[in-house]
Design a protein. Structure first.
Length: 154
């Protein structure tokens, strides 16, 4: 799936948001982003930056209990899914299938294993790990056709 990889160290929540904002400013619509990390590692912080960089002025929060939050941006909508509490996607699987291939949407998915067969092959896979010194290692795996999202990201 991924041809390339980029790793960035974040030493603060502001830096994690900044990295998300840089990526968000490059989104065109139609992209899918898979977020992988443990609880409390910075996924929602990253999405806050992503939404800010995409021009959204909405309050970003974790969709752990609602399963999906939507954020309006000038060029597209961000659909932020969190499947942490689901063992079976049920009806949400249909909702995701409806929005995932729409070019006016950006899909961000936390805890994606329950719906992996629905995700497009061409997607960013962002893994956020906590380092020994409590920094965040943000690793982005991506296919070459999504290079425009990460080229020059720092």
């Amino acid at each position: 799936m991924s041809d390339n990889s980029l790793s960035i160290i974040s030493d603060s929540t502001n830096r994690t948001k900044e990295i998300g904002a840089q990526l968000g400013s490059r989104l065109k619509g139609g992209e899918a982003i898979e977020l992988i990390s443990d609880l409390g590692s910075g996924k929602t912080t990253f999405v806050k930056g992503l939404a800010d960089g995409s021009g959204s002025r909405e309050l970003v929060s974790s969709p752990s209990f609602t399963i999906c939050n939507e954020y309006a941006c000038p060029k597209f909508k961000i659909y932020h899914f969190d499947f942490y509490r689901l063992n079976d996607p049920g009806i949400i699987k249909r909702e995701l299938a409806e929005v995932v291939d729409e070019p006016s949407n950006v899909i961000v998915i936390e805890w994606p294993t329950v719906i992996e067969n629905i995700l497009p092959l061409s997607r960013l896979v962002i893994t956020i790990s906590v380092t020994k010194d409590d920094k965040r290692l943000i690793k982005i795996d991506y296919p070459k056709e999504l290079n425009y999202l990460v080229e020059g990201l720092s």
